[in-house]
Design a protein around this ligand. Structure first.
Ligand code: GLU
Length: 674
């Protein structure tokens, strides 16, 4: 392999850009150490670590081509590969998928899973043997994003009974066939405030006439009604086949048999048991018939009974039995958590399955379904659940819960022990944990609670957002921005990776008004990484007015202790980059040893050696924190060695001061070589 020097790496980038700008940064970000090639394996790994799967329709050809390609890719081939593959590949490589920091997200989910797994409370549904006999300890979690990234853990590939989780989908299928208005002539959209199997109906007066319909499609009466609305003129097997195929499409099944996805399994025994014990549901069926709202044919069938027998031909209404038979059958479908999460993701993705790109439901149908889930999806705990978790969700007595985070992801949690309301105990706990870590509650809006994360934002960017804007504003004396940040309830005390705060930068840059503003807001001076207060930033830069402001406070200010071994030695230039927050993001990624975070920023065109307001660069941070992997990545991608921060320190000085031995030795060797 031809190796090139660290200095030549940056000119390599220019050379690539001259050939094809669009792919240059991405290719460069993936380049093997000091070379002009990328490894096929590494390329695949980056795609897979982003949460995508090789069996994804959009990646299928790409992976086949890569397998045939051999283990090295040069730029010209890369251009072909990227151009012929879908946009999704570029998004993955640039860290722009629905959940950009997928491995970090997965790690957090793993921790939650381990915690929730300890919970053993709750009881299995016991009304029929097939539910009473499942292994109570099963626990599976799956998440599918609208970009098709997949997280799964535990028993996520175990089939389990859909039960009431079929209800939102039946509602959607009925709306697809009849439209919202027609469906709502038969079923309401009001929370019932009653048990899910209550026989009470909603009284609605229509044109002077009292009409009685089920409260909503999530209670049994409503679900029997929606089942009754789907293809009433067809035979049972046609109707069930249609519904299974629709479910299939929601989870990425295609009639051509691509994507290894099967239709949901039908558990005949379960359906039979539902029928044997489902007196309440059967009563409901007749009640719906009595209201005249269950679709039926007018002609009544006659059975032949011998005229001599003392009997009459007792009539049972086929519309009722057919609706019930279909309802029981749909409740007895089985899928895995990954399948359910995919179906939920299809709802999150406005009706398009993220795995197959098949539009299964119209945007309108999904838009009309989710609010009903939000208000009535979790039995009698729907209100509490909405307040605490704040997501449209549906549970079933089979132990499953699906949650929909619109435009982001579908979640399925499966664990069969239920609480008193009939919701999976672990399902509820896991859902609560997810919303207490991530800002996905419908009403989180633009919460500025920095303890919780927005999964759509890479973690380094999240950290950059929490302090970067205020620091830049303070260093430029931009009071308007500071005022806005105050009204957004942002914490102006938060420091960056070096614990440099808005107050430090305002002081260093002589921004008297900003210093006054910050102090007036109650911001407390704190020391930075080197033990220095803003007081000394002002003093050393001769900003006397600011020094006076500090002297009004009763604080014992300490000086920073920086280490600069060779102040007159060689000096390299850092890069100036316009997107200031991206620079802070880069430095946070270096600080956290997040090589993938750095790589995606390079792929987006951020210069590897971009510097911040203190002329700190990624290499300074990686050296100070002893992040060897990042140091190696940066250096092999052309980060110059002798960049100097505000105080003249090079990355080597930083490694020495923080006693990062291996980084120090590595940089020292490198220095000798160059
Ligand atoms: N098949 C069940 C019933 O109708 C559904 C129970 C449920 O999951 O809520 O009673």
């Amino acid at each position: 392999m031809k190796t090139i020097s660290n200095k030549d790496m940056l000119s390599l980038l220019d050379k690539l850009k001259a050939k094809s700008k669009r792919e240059a940064n991405i290719f460069f970000s993936l380049c093997e150490k000091d070379s002009e090639i990328i490894s096929t394996k590494k390329f695949k790994d980056v795609l897979l670590n982003s949460g995508l799967r090789a069996k994804d329709k959009r990646l299928y050809n790409l992976f086949q081509n890569l397998d045939a390609h051999g283990d090295r890719i040069v730029f010209e081939d890369f251009i072909d590969i990227i151009r012929s593959s879908e946009l999704i590949v570029e998004k993955a490589l640039r860290g722009e998928l629905s959940i950009p920091d997928f491995s970090y997200f997965a790690k957090n989910l793993d921790n939650m899973f381990d915690e929730v797994k300890k919970i053993k409370s709750g009881e299995l549904a016991s009304y029929i043997p097939p539910l009473a006999n499942v292994d109570p300890d099963q626990f599976g979690v799956a998440i599918v994003t609208t970009d098709g990234q997949i997280y799964q853990r535990g028993d996520s590939e175990v089939d389990f009974s859909i039960q009431s989780m079929c209800k939102p989908f039946n509602y959607c299928f009925a709306m697809e066939k009849l439209g919202l208005e027609k469906v709502h002539q038969h079923v309401g959209q009001e929370p019932s405030g009653r048990q899910f199997d209550d026989l009470t109906l909603l009284a609605r007066s229509a044109v002077g006439q009292l009409n009685r319909i089920p409260f909503n499609p999530m209670v049994n009466a409503g679900a029997i009604m929606t089942a009754g609305l789907i293809g009433p003129e067809d035979s049972h097997s046609q109707r069930l086949r249609y519904i299974r195929q629709q479910f299939g499409r929601l989870i990425g099944w295609s009639p051509k048999g691509e994507f290894n996805t099967e239709l949901p399994r039908f558990n005949k025994d379960m359906a039979r048991q539902e029928n044997f014990t489902g007196y309440n549901n059967i009563a409901m069926g007749y009640l719906l018939m009595a209201t005249g709202n269950l679709p039926h044919t007018k002609t009544k069938l006659h059975n032949d009974i011998h005229p001599d027998q003392d009997e009459f031909d007792f009539y049972s209404e086929p519309a009722v039995t057919e609706a019930l038979k279909l309802y029981f059958s749909i409740c007895s479908l089985e899928m895995t958590s990954v399948n359910f999460a995919t179906a939920a993701a299809t709802l999150a993705n406005s009706g398009v399955c993220p795995i197959s790109q098949d539009r299964v439901l119209s945007q309108k149908t999904v838009r009309n379904c989710l609010p009903v889930l939000q208000t009535s999806g979790m039995y009698n705990a729907s209100g509490t659940f909405f307040q605490q978790v704040g997501l449209p969700a549906k549970s079933g007595v089979g132990g499953g819960v699906i949650l929909i985070v619109p435009r982001l992801m579908g979640i399925c949690i499966f664990s069969p022990r239920l609480d008193e309301q009939g919701n999976s105990v672990r399902g509820i706990e896991m859902a609560k944990k997810i919303t207490s870590k991530y800002l996905v509650h419908t009403f989180d809006g633009t919460m500025t609670d920095t303890d919780r994360l927005d999964p759509k934002i890479p973690i380094s960017k999240w950290r950059a957002n929490s302090c970067g804007e205020a620091i830049w504003a303070a260093s430029n004396g931009n009071i308007r921005t500071l005022e806005r940040l105050v009204s957004e309830q942002r914490d102006l005390q938060i420091g960056d990776y070096d614990m440099r705060t808005p107050l430090h930068l305002a002081s260093a840059e002589g921004q008297l008004e900003a210093v006054k503003f910050l102090l007036k807001q109650g911001v407390k001076p704190i020391p930075d990484r080197w033990g220095g207060y803003g007081y000394f930033d002002a003093k050393n830069n001769n900003h006397k007015d600011i020094v006076k402001e500090y002297e009004k406070l009763d604080i014992n200010y300490t000086q920073a202790s920086h280490l600069v071994e060779d102040p007159n030695g060689k000096t390299d230039k850092m890069a100036i980059y316009d997107d200031e927050l991206a620079v802070i993001e880069l430095l946070f990624a270096a600080f956290e040893n997040n090589v993938e975070g750095i790589r995606t920023l390079i792929a987006k065109g951020v210069p590897v050696h971009a510097g911040d307001y203190d002329s700190r660069t990624a290499l300074h941070l990686a050296a100070a924190e002893g992040c060897m992997e990042v140091v190696e990545y940066l250096v092999s991608h052309g980060h110059p060695l002798f960049v100097r921060d505000r105080w003249g320190a090079t990355p080597l000085d930083e490694a020495k001061r923080e006693k990062r031995k291996s980084v120090y030795n590595f940089l020292k060797d490198f220095k000798l070589k160059t």
